[in-house]
Design a protein around this ligand. Sequence first.
Ligand code: DP6
Length: 360
Amino acid sequence: MTITKFLPGKSNGKLQTQSVSYQSPSNIALIKYWGKHGLQIPKNPSISFTLNNCRTTTILNWEERTNHKEDYELKVILDGKHKPGFEPKIHQFFGRVVEYLPFVRDYAFTIDTTNSFPHSSGIASSASGFSALALCLMEMERELNPQMSQKTFDQKASFIARLGSGSGCRSLKGPLVVWGEHPEIKGSSDIYGVSYPYAVHEVFDNYQDAILLVDQGEKQVSSTVGHNLMHNHAYAPSRFNQAIENLSSLIPVLENGDLDQFVNIVESEALTLHAMMLTSNPYFILMKPNTLKIIEELWQYRRETKIPVCFTLDAGANVHVLFPQNNREDVQDFVKSELSSYCQDNRYIFDNVGDGALKL
Ligand code: DP6
């Protein structure tokens, strides 16, 4: 389906520039996106904290094309090394965006990318990577159509990022981004992410995320395979409704700062995501024994200290430990002294909630 509002405006001719660079962060979902249809349209709304330290920096260089053998001409460089293995994914992405950014056909691109987090740390770089790339392409579009409003730029950049990676559309702004239509969230959309529009209690300012790297290998289940597991899944319809309800419950919690409720919603979402994988066909166990050890230790620590720390999980074994800025010293000590022993090579990353992407 063509989204007419993002079709390109009348172009101003040729680009004078040859390069642009953006840095985009990763994000961690509180209400999870799991299940999609069509071209990356989510089956339920989701909301995430934008992170700050886990970032992808992308320098996009282009020159006029000489070689027209393939639909698109591009080269991917990761951490200074040519990575042809990543190029089919970008060819596919260009195929999805060409309708909206037709100039991708006219230039030869070099996509030079580095991640602030360690390579193969088990942290997905697709959200931050596609967000940074979408913003670079949108700067080209802005040069060709300088009359474009900032609002259109923001929406279209998120829309384009989504066509690369669904959760990528939540990585452009911060600190909280909603993606997917929700009846109580004004402006929410299935086709791009929007900044969370309502009041947020100060306890969530600079919220902390300690990312515990339990398993740094390749993803056991790719996101495409994972999302597809929700087709014909026995529990899918109730899960999609539950996500809508959980997001409704989160609205007052974000406003009043009730951390007991926050912990309850966030942990339940993480476990439900994994429950969907446990009960799909084929079925997967994406947690590792150390994931469960961390959860048990964290629960015990929370019982004993009354510190409102909680966990969330993505589609893998790593654990995100979320806590207020006020408890930073105590929880970081706990991570270093206790939880790090369950991490592969004792590795963890201290991050916090951030404001989104940056043009360099
Ligand atoms: C478990 O955004 O990686 O992290 O749209 O296929 O790129 P694609 O999937 P992706 O899925 C992320 C799923 C999740 C939950 C979330 O971030 O909401």
